[in-house]
Structures are given as structure tokens and as C-alpha cells.
Design a protein around this ligand. Sequence first.
Ligand SMILES: Nc1ncnc2c1ncn2[C@@H]1O[C@H](COP(=O)(O)OP(=O)(O)OP(=O)(O)O)[C@@H](O)[C@H]1O
Ligand SMILES: [Mg+2]
Length: 235
Amino acid sequence: MDTKEHRLLVEITDATKVFYSGKLATNVLKNVDLRIYEGDFLMILGKSGSGKTTLMNIIGFLDRLTTGTYSFLGEDISHLSENKKSEIRNQNVGFIFQQFHLIQSLNVSQNVELPLVYGGESNRKERLKLSKKYLELVGIPEKMQAKTTELSGGQQQRVAIARALINEPLIIMADEPTGALDSETGAGVMELLKGLNRSGKTIVMVTHDEDLLAYATRVIRMQDGSFIEEERMNG
Ligand SMILES: Nc1ncnc2c1ncn2[C@@H]1O[C@H](COP(=O)(O)OP(=O)(O)OP(=O)(O)O)[C@@H](O)[C@H]1O
Ligand SMILES: [Mg+2]
């Protein structure tokens, strides 16, 4: 299925992740195989401690495998330097977290602009233009100059989504993006993510909420570091 419309973005093969604390080894991922195609809305479910966030961190270049291989767009990334991986991450991956992770000392627009700053965009007008574009896309252009502490939870998550989108990454990684929101506000965020997915954005999301699976095109269930089931959904 490696057509132009469905490029193979991520290919993880026979992956393990072991955390060591002193002499004690914990096998957090066990023989995981995963392919992510462009346009997927992949949801990952599993009990607390099953390895979901660890897997997300590996997919998003925030952590490395203990054994196994990881190719991104066909390139083996396991031997790249941390600097090179940071560069690929900043260009290709946008992150959304349960607790939003906005920087309170910066206003809304400055938060959204951060990936551009990290990417070396020094033209302030260009940054402002793009941040306005993405704040419009997420439905809160009027909050551009607001303090993040003046926003509701749902608005803060929209800022985080705009920040995740501003570099036009290939993949959005969302770890429990609705976990801190009431169900109605969470549904608004899910509709926004689904709209992005319909327009072609690849999304990988962790959730505990079975009700949200209807938004997915694929669902993987994890248990003790392994995939126990994969379902295809209508999305
Ligand atoms: N940096 C680390 N050092 C040691 N152990 C870790 C580290 N990060 C995670 N673990 C362990 O790996 C296991 C999986 O953790 P992970 O955060 O991936 O679970 P999770 O599925 O995301 O859980 P939750 O639903 O609670 O977020 C846990 O047993 C955890 O204690
Ligand atoms: Mg987690």
C-alpha cells in the first residue's frame, strides 16, 4: 500500500525498549512491529504502564530503541546523531500533550511560533503571519496576544495544536489530548483533529477513552509492552 497517497512514514521492526534502574531491567516494549502510513489516524490503547508513552516517544524521536530498527521515510534513523534527529523531529513531528505544555511566560502567539524559532526562522513578521494562520485554523485567532493563563483548557489545547501544526509536520503525536478536558470540550478537540486527518494529516494518538475510537482509522491495543490486537476502523 506504499502508493503516493499513502506513503510509508514510519517502519519499526522487532523493536524492544529496556529501561535499567541499577541492575534491574524492565522490558517496556517487546518485539513491536509497526508501520504508519500517511493519512492514518492511529489510536493506541492500553492499561497504564503498558508502554504507550514510551512507544510515542520512540516514534517521535524523543527516545531510542534498545534493539530493533526504525526507518523514517525509508531512512534508518538509529545511527543518526541527536542533533540530526532533533532537526528531523522539529521538521516532521508535532506534539500534543494531555497537560498542553504551554509556556506561561510567553503569550499565545509566541507559544505557537516556538517550532519556527527552533527551526531558525528569524523573520518575526513571517512567524506572526503563520501563527495567525494556524490560530485561525484552530478557531481562536482573537486570542493571539492573550496570556496562556487566561485561556480555558480547550483553548489551551487549541494553542498546542496550532503550535504542533506550524511547521507543517508529517505526523502529529497526541498523548491523551483530551485527558484533561470535559467530554464536550474534548469532542471539539477531536473534531478539529479529525478535520486535520481528513485533509491528509497523519495522527498518532493515545487514549483511554473507547468512545473516541470512532475517530480513528486504525486502533492498536497494547498490553505489557506488546501489541495484542489491531483493528481497522471506518474513521
Ligand atoms: N524513563 C524511564 N525509566 C524507567 N522506567 C520507565 C521510564 N519511562 C517509563 N518507564 C516504565 O515503563 C513502563 C511503561 O511506561 P509508559 O509511560 O510507556 O506507560 P503508559 O502506557 O504510557 O502508561 P499511562 O497510561 O499511565 O500513561 C512503566 O512500567 C514505566 O514505569
Ligand atoms: Mg502514558
